[in-house]
Design a protein around this ligand. Structure first.
Ligand code: ZN
Length: 255
């Protein structure tokens, strides 16, 4: 997305320090931290897929809230189960938690009062859930962890159903994420490389312990051809609406 005026951007990294100071003084008190990945997403989607989706969701949530900025997407995430595929970069859970801690300490020092942690990659949900209460204790920040993986995938599937496309039991590089990237950065989708992957139910504990390669040769779950830009838009709007409401509820509880 391009911005005609850089001060319209809700991305913290696009702002100057003086603009951040002004925003904090005029009531912006929430920072959203997308926790993404750099990992294989089949032969047709970029390694940054989860990071692009996380940043887009955070941006849409920040616009709904009106008093939030989006911190730089954390990438890479915990992607050990994708290392059989070239290009994937992974960090340990303890490293990810340390980065989250440093982000939140920095944001607290500048006067942010609420931090929203938004994992958009499966391997990051557990570390985020571990880190959230610790960080709240240590920093005094209100921490909203949007970190229920089943719910995240259910919301994505709600978007798919809204566009009359097939929901997926486990979301990874199939129609759901392909739709999302079609809505965010269509030029990054390699339509000519669409290949179906593993279909049907998946044992997620096996995925994590033995890795994706053990059940899908091309890294895909589901079928990327069952996708559309309209579905991607429905997915992003469904999650942004729900998560913005969650943040409002979470912040009310801190007061
Ligand atoms: Zn993904």
């Amino acid at each position: 997305m391009s911005h005609s005026n850089p001060t319209d951007s809700v991305l913290l990294e696009d702002r100057t320090w003086t603009e951040v100071e002004t925003a904090l003084e005029s009531g912006t008190d929430t920072a959203i931290v997308p926790v993404g990945s750099l990992e294989q997403h089949g032969p047709h989607l970029p390694l940054a897929t989860d990071s692009l989706i996380g940043e887009e969701l955070a941006t849409r949530i920040a616009r709904r809230l009106g008093d939030a900025l989006v911190a730089p997407v954390i990438r890479p995430g915990c992607s050990g189960h994708h290392m059989a595929f070239p290009g994937t970069i992974t960090v340990s859970a303890s490293t990810l938690i340390e980065v989250l801690r440093s982000y939140c300490e920095s944001l607290a020092e500048h006067g942010f009062e609420t931090v929203v942690l938004l994992p958009s990659h499966g391997g990051n949900f557990a570390p985020v859930n571990t880190a959230a209460p610790e960080i709240a204790d240590e920093t005094g920040l209100g921490v909203v962890a949007l970190a229920d993986m089943e719910r995240y995938m259910d919301l994505m599937n709600d978007g798919m159903e809204h566009a009359e496309l097939t929901p997926e039991p486990v979301v990874h590089a199939g129609g759901t994420e392909t739709s999302a990237i079609l809505a965010i950065r269509p030029e990054l989708v390699r339509n000519s490389a669409f290949e179906p992957g593993r279909d049907g139910p998946v044992d997620t504990s096996l995925l994590l312990s033995r890795g994706f390669k053990s059940i899908t040769d091309n890294g895909v779950l589901g079928d990327p051809s069952r996708s559309s830009e309209a579905a991607g838009e429905a997915i992003l709007e469904t999650i942004a609406d729900t998560y913005a409401a969650d943040v409002r509820t979470g912040r009310d509880a801190f007061e």
